[in-house]
Design a protein around this ligand. Structure first.
Ligand code: FAD
Length: 432
């Protein structure tokens, strides 16, 4: 890359042209950058965040996703100690009844790993932090990038743009700007009639101090006919192990809630726990009654998640969230011999019940690699991305439609349930 452009940020010199310019440095942006680098392309990554920003949540990866990450590694003799640690981490596996399902990794660890692999190719890659696209000219193949720290704007040329900046889809907005009509537009995509949810860690114990005996299952689904709201009770690994003779059990509760309760929790100056507890109590008591769990009175309290499982270490004990799914009509467009390709959360908001965001990011990036190779057309990419998202969305909806104790779901949907359980454990919906 010739560093011919004027230096605007003392730490960054931007070349006149990059083969690929990427907006967003999350999993999908980084993994797509890897696909470009692997093919000898030059890449500029533009992130609105500072370099030291770290994502806290953990995500589920399928074995094939893990393989795709491991394939980025250099030869064994060139592995850094951090890479070796990552390999250990990614190969780690623990199960809770469903094989390979409860395996999660920190997004930050995966992001750092991919970034380390990209950094092995300093001549091909450049990063601009705290910056974002301000103009995109597909005809000229030119992108203008503005600094969020007030530094002067930068221009550079490109062949391909990858929009990987998450659910806010900033690059798509810039791509659409100034056109008579939007080429890429979004439609709401929720079949969930009740998009408001509550997630809490709770402790169940009998008021009389006797043992609490739970049914031999780790997921209960309740359709509360009086309110038409669904709730899940998730017994974690620890509660399952100790379920034979427990005095008190910690588990995770996840429930649809009425909008009024959501608003109250969000806006209330009161302690949100005090607002939520009556709902949790009434839902759970019905649920436990139905399951014929102890006739004795059970006390329910909201507690901190177990410290025994690293995942929950610094998590909140209670949160409420709103599901808002959006899907782009097109995710890859060719114009004037150049390509604009959307990946990851830019294409579809991941359906939280199924937890496929990280999985999709890596899958999309693999497909982008095939576009680079001429093995996948832009239309095919759009079709595949949409079909995949719809499949995942359907699982999410199915999941909510399961009747109590139904075990008739397809193996794939059951896998989604298991993922959902794992997701619930993570209390993950604390979007920044
Ligand atoms: C709190 C939370 C919990 C989640 N939990 C799960 C889970 O359990 N399982 C799962 O599979 N997925 C989960 N996801 C989703 C998952 O993290 C993403 O789907 C996955 O990381 C891939 O996302 P992405 O790279 O497409 O988008 P993101 O990870 O959102 O990355 C987008 C990047 O673009 C940057 N950006 C944003 N705006 C701009 C801009 N204007 N200019 C430049 N850059 C910009 C952002 O800083 C960010 O780094 C969760 C997401 C969040 C936020």
């Amino acid at each position: 890359m010739s560093q011919a452009h004027s230096l605007l940020d003392p730490n960054v010199s931007v070349a006149k042209k990059y083969d690929t310019v990427i907006s967003g440095m999350g999993l999908s942006g980084l993994a797509s950058a890897w696909q470009a680098i692997k093919r000898g392309k030059t890449v500029l990554m533009v992130s609105n965040r500072p370099p030291d920003y770290l994502r806290v949540q953990r995500v589920y990866l399928k074995p094939e996703n893990r393989d795709s990450l491991l394939a980025m590694l250099p030869d064994a003799q060139h592995l850094t100690s951090e890479d070796k640690k990552f390999v250990e981490q990614i190969k780690g596996n623990y199960t809770m009844g469903v094989k390979d399902i409860n395996y999660t990794m920190g997004v930050k660890d995966i992001e750092r790993f991919i970034k380390r692999q990209l950094d092995r190719f300093p001549k091909q890659i450049n990063y601009m932090y705290e910056s974002q696209f301000s103009q995109l000219d597909m005809h000229e193949g030119k992108v203008t990038i503005e600094s969020l720290r007030g530094l002067p704007k930068v221009e550079t040329n490109f062949d391909d743009v990858i929009a990987a900046d998450g659910t806010n889809h900033h690059a798509v907005n810039i791509f659409n700007a100034g056109r008579a009509s939007e080429l890429i537009s979004y439609t709401g995509k929720t079949n969930l009639k009740r998009p408001h949810h509550l997630s809490a860690y709770i402790k169940l114990e009998r008021k009389d101090g006797k043992d609490l005996v739970l049914p031999d299952k780790n997921l209960l689904v309740m359709n509360d006919s009086s309110t038409d709201l669904l709730s899940f009770l998730h017994f974690n690994k620890d509660s399952l192990q100790n379920k034979k003779n427990p005095k008190a059990i910690k588990c995770h509760f996840l429930s649809e809630i009425p909008k009024e309760l959501y608003d109250k929790m969000k806006n209330s100056e009161m302690d949100a726990s005090a607002v939520a507890l009556p709902h949790i109590e009434s839902s759970l008591k019905k649920l436990l009654d139905k399951e014929e769990v102890n006739n004795g009175e059970i006390s329910i309290s909201i507690v901190k998640p177990s410290q025994k499982h690293g995942v929950q270490k610094d998590k909140l004990k209670l949160q409420c969230f709103e599901t808002n799914l959006e899907e782009a009509n097109k995710v890859a467009i060719g114009e004037h011999g150049r390509r604009f390709i959307a990946v990851g959360d830019v294409t579809t908001t991941p359906s939280y019940q199924v937890g496929h965001g990280a999985i999709d990011a890596l899958i999309h990036a693999g497909w982008v690699g095939e576009i680079f190779d001429g093995k996948r057309t832009l239309d095919q990419y759009t079709k595949d991305v949409k079909a995949h998202a719809n499949r995942m969305h359907r699982y999410g909806v199915d999941l909510f439609l399961f009747p109590l104790q139904s075990r008739t779901a397809s193996a794939e949907a059951m896998e989604s349930i298991a993922e959902m359980q794992m997701l619930a454990l993570q209390q993950k919906y604390n979007r920044q």
